[in-house]
Design a protein around this ligand. Structure first.
Ligand SMILES: [Zn+2]
Length: 446
C-alpha cells in the first residue's frame, strides 16, 4: 500500500463518527410489524443503473450498495462473521435481517434514495443507525436501518448498533453502546488481543488518560468525537477481556440492554480501585497484539513480609505480566534472590535463564506495588541470582522482560523464584552453576 493511501485511510477513520437514533412509539395494541422505510427499496429500483446501488443479501443482512460485486460479497462475509460472534457473546440470535445502506460514492446514488439523516452522516464520512421501536410496554418490535460509508470499519460498527437495536430494543448507555460497537468492529474469533486502528493506540498514548468516571458518566452525546469513541472502546476492551472483570461484564451488558436495574457502579463499585488501576495500566502499555487476559493483575495473591531465615518461593511464568512473589519488602533492606529454571519469550527464541538473552529479553525484572495507594514504582533488573536492596516498601512483583505487546501464547516456561533477607538462613546456590539447578524447576523440555 502506498503512503498516500495509508494516510488517507487514517484520515478517513479519524473523521468517522456514528450516531445512534432511537425512535420509540408506544402503542396500545400488541406491536405490529414496523413499516419498512419508504426509501428502503430505492436502491432496488435503481439496480439497473451501471454504477448505481444494487442489493446484496445474506442470511442476516440485506445491503444496498454501490460497492463492486466482489467488495459487497466480502463485506457481507465480514458482517455475517461478526454477527455470529456478537450474537454468541450476547446469547441472543439475530432475530431479523439487518438492512444497511453502504455508500462508496454518493454520486452513484439517485437523489432521494437515502433518507436525509443517513445522507448527512454519509456526507460527513460517518455512519448512523436509526432504530424504530414499537412497544406496548410489555413486548416490542424494532427495526434498524444502517447508513454507512463504505470504509472498512463503519458498516461493522453500525451493524452492532442495529443488532442490539433489533434484538433488545436499545443499544444501552452511550459508553457501552459505542464501546461495544467499536469492539464488534475489531472482534476476531478466539482472539482477545488488541486489534484496534493504529491511530487509536497513538492517540491514547499521547493523551492524558480520561477517567473511568468521565467515560461512564459523561453526558449522553451520540456522535461526539472519535477520540471519545477511543476511550469507550478502551474501557470496554479491558472489561471484556481481563478475567478480573469479564465475568461481570457480559451480564452487566445484558442487564443494561434488557432494562434491568444495573449500572457500572452497581456491578463494579466494590472493585473501583482495581479497575481504575488496571484500566490506567492498560492505557499505558497496550498496543496492537496486547493481551489484557495474560497481563491481568493477580489481586488474590497473599503477601507476607520476609522476617525469618526461611525463603519465600513463587513460580513465575514467561507467559504473563507482573506476577506476585508473595513477598512484602521493606525500603532499604537487602535481599538475596535466585530464579531457577529456563523460559522462552517467543516460539523461536532460545531457552534462557532468568538472566535473559544478551539484549535483555527474558531477564527477570521486578517492580514494587503499593497496595494502599495502588501505585507502581519504577521497574528494575533482577536476573537469575544476586542480591538487591528494596527502594520502597511494598509488594514485589516480577516478570520476564519483553515488550508488553509480545506477551502471548508463544511464551513458555516457568522459573522458581526464591527470596530471603541477606545474611539470614542458608546462602542460595547460584542456579546457573553446572549441576546446581533442580530438575523440577526446569521447563520447556520433556
Ligand atoms: Zn456508534
Amino acid at each position: 500500500m502506498c503512503l498516500s493511501v495509508a494516510a488517507k485511510k487514517v484520515d478517513m477513520w479519524l473523521r468517522i463518527l456514528c450516531a445512534v437514533l432511537m425512535v420509540s412509539f408506544f402503542i396500545a395494541e400488541a406491536p405490529a410489524q414496523t413499516t419498512k422505510s419508504s426509501k428502503a427499496t430505492a436502491a432496488t429500483a435503481n439496480k439497473n443503473t451501471a454504477a448505481g446501488p444494487r442489493d446484496f443479501r445474506s442470511k442476516n443482512f440485506v445491503i444496498h450498495t454501490d460497492l463492486s460485486d466482489e467488495d459487497a460479497q466480502e463485506l457481507l462475509g465480514r458482517l455475517e462473521n461478526m454477527v455470529k460472534l456478537i450474537s454468541t457473546y450476547w446469547g441472543r440470535p439475530c432475530r431479523q435481517v439487518i438492512e444497511c445502506y453502504v455508500v462508496k460514492d454518493l454520486a452513484n446514488w439517485p437523489q432521494g434514495s437515502i433518507e436525509p439523516e443517513g445522507l448527512r452522516s454519509i456526507r460527513d464520512g460517518a455512519g448512523v443507525t436509526r432504530t424504530t421501536v414499537r412497544t406496548n410496554g410489555v413486548n416490542f418490535q424494532a427495526k434498524s436501518i444502517v447508513y454507512a460509508v463504505a470504509d472498512r470499519g463503519t458498516p461493522q460498527h453500525e451493524a452492532v448498533h442495529a443488532y442490539c437495536g433489533q434484538t433488545f430494543g436499545t443499544t444501552g448507555p452511550l459508553w457501552y453502546s459505542e464501546g461495544m460497537a467499536e469492539m464488534g468492529q475489531y472482534w476476531k474469533e478466539n482472539n482477545s488481543s488488541v486489534n484496534c486502528h493504529p491511530a487509536v493506540v497513538e492517540y491514547i498514548h499521547n493523551t492524558e488518560p480520561k477517567s473511568l468516571n468521565a467515560i461512564v458518566n459523561a453526558e449522553e452525546v451520540t456522535g461526539d468525537s472519535w477520540e471519545n469513541y477511543a476511550w469507550r472502546w478502551a474501557l470496554c476492551h479491558v472489561l471484556a477481556t481481563n478475567p478480573n472483570y469479564a465475568p461481570r461484564f457480559r451480564p452487566l451488558g445484558i442487564g443494561m440492554l434488557t432494562g434491568q436495574k444495573v449500572s457500572f457502579e452497581s456491578v463494579y463499585g466494590t472493585m473501583a480501585k482495581e479497575i481504575s488501576f488496571e484500566y490506567l495500566f492498560f492505557l499505558q502499555h497496550f498496543d496492537l497484539g496486547y493481551r489484557a487476559d495474560l497481563c491481568a493483575w493477580d489481586w488474590k495473591a497473599k503477601f507476607k513480609p520476609l522476617l525469618g531465615a526461611v525463603p519465600i518461593t513463587s513460580k513465575i511464568k514467561a507467559k504473563g505480566g507482573w506476577q506476585p512473589t508473595l513477598v512484602t519488602v521493606k525500603s532499604g533492606t537487602q535481599y538475596d534472590f535466585m530464579a531457577d529454571g529456563k523460559w522462552r519469550t517467543s516460539k523461536d527464541s532460545d531457552e534462557v535463564s532468568a538472566d535473559g538473552a544478551d539484549d535483555g529479553r527474558g531477564k527477570l525484572v521486578g517492580v514494587i506495588f503499593d497496595p494502599d495507594g495502588y501505585v507502581l514504582g519504577e521497574p528494575f533488573d533482577l536476573g537469575a541470582f544476586g542480591d538487591w536492596t528494596a527502594p520502597d516498601d511494598g509488594q514485589l512483583f516480577v516478570r520476564a522482560n519483553q515488550p508488553w505487546k509480545e506477551i502471548d501464547d508463544e511464551d513458555s516456561g516457568t522459573v522458581t523464584f526464591k527470596i530471603k533477607p541477606t545474611g539470614k538462613g542458608q546462602p542460595f546456590v547460584d542456579p546457573r552453576r553446572p549441576g546446581a539447578s533442580s530438575p523440577g524447576a526446569r521447563s520447556g523440555n520433556p
